[in-house]
Each structure stands twice: as C-alpha cells, then as structure tokens.
Design a protein around this ligand. Sequence first.
Ligand code: RTP
Ligand code: MG
Length: 139
Amino acid sequence: MSLERTLVLVKPDGVKRHLTGEILSRIERKGYDIVELKQLTPSRELLEQHYAEHVGKPFYEPLVEFMMSGPVVAVVLEGNRVIEGFRSLAGTTEPTLAAPGTIRGDLGRDWGLKVQQNLVHGSDSPESAAREIGIWFGA
Ligand code: RTP
Ligand code: MG
C-alpha cells in the first residue's frame, strides 16, 4: 500500500472554459477520492509560496499573473500512488505534446501566450504534495 494525497488545481483557463466538471469527472472515473475541494482566486502571496521553486525562471511572472487572473478549483485527492497517477492523467506540461487521452492532450493547446496554459496542476512528489496541501488548505 502506498496511500498518498496530492494537490490538484484546475487552473484559471480550465475554470473559464467550463472544463472543471470534465476534469473532475476524469479523476472520479479513474477512481481517486476527492477529500477537499474549494474555488478561490489566489493571492500573489499564496502563489509566490506555491511556485517558490520557479522564482527567477522566465515564465515565473507570467505564470503568477495567469494564476491570479481568475478563480481556480483546488482539490486534494487521495489514493494509492495518486501523485504519479494524477500526473499521468494530466499529461506532459506542454499541451501540444501531451498524449491524446490525457487532460492536457485532449483539452489543451498552445495559445501563443507568454506562459503555457495547461488546465491543471498536480504535485510532483510526496514532499511537494505535503507542502502544497499546507499552502492551499492549511496544516
Ligand atoms: P504543474 O506544476 O502545473 O503540475 O506542471 P508541471 O509540473 O508539468 O510544470 P512545471 O515545470 O512545474 O511548471 C509549472 C507551470 O509553469 C508553466 N510553464 N510555462 N515555458 C513555458 O511557457 C512554461 N513552462 C512552465 C506551466 O503552466 C506549468 O504547468
Ligand atoms: Mg510542477
């Protein structure tokens, strides 16, 4: 058994395009449990914590601006190996290259903007998941 939790975000592009239901439906059909869920427009302070690892990268400021541009849906999922399982459902970062059958591959594309708008975020390790769940939902 490797019971894990992961933080998933439906990013502002996903919410604006009315894809929240489609994305949550894929998660539910896969069989993961939703243990927390809320919609909010994140503050710059929250996003600076969430994206601390990307400070200084060329896409950092456009990424923070994009993530502040509207509501996001924050979700905690639980299941065995859910961290890698959700990243597999999401597909690779660039929607152009993400495999068909994945969230980003089926529903995303390159919009020619300063930052990849790719519909979802998923924690990438148990350490990131614990840190990110603390940031979005408290300890
Ligand atoms: P995420 O953290 O959102 O699950 O995505 P990820 O692991 O696949 O990607 P990561 O490298 O952690 O980057 C975080 C987010 O920054 C945006 N990004 N844009 N060159 C670009 O335009 C670029 N590179 C990264 C994406 O929104 C990515 O999800
Ligand atoms: Mg990442």
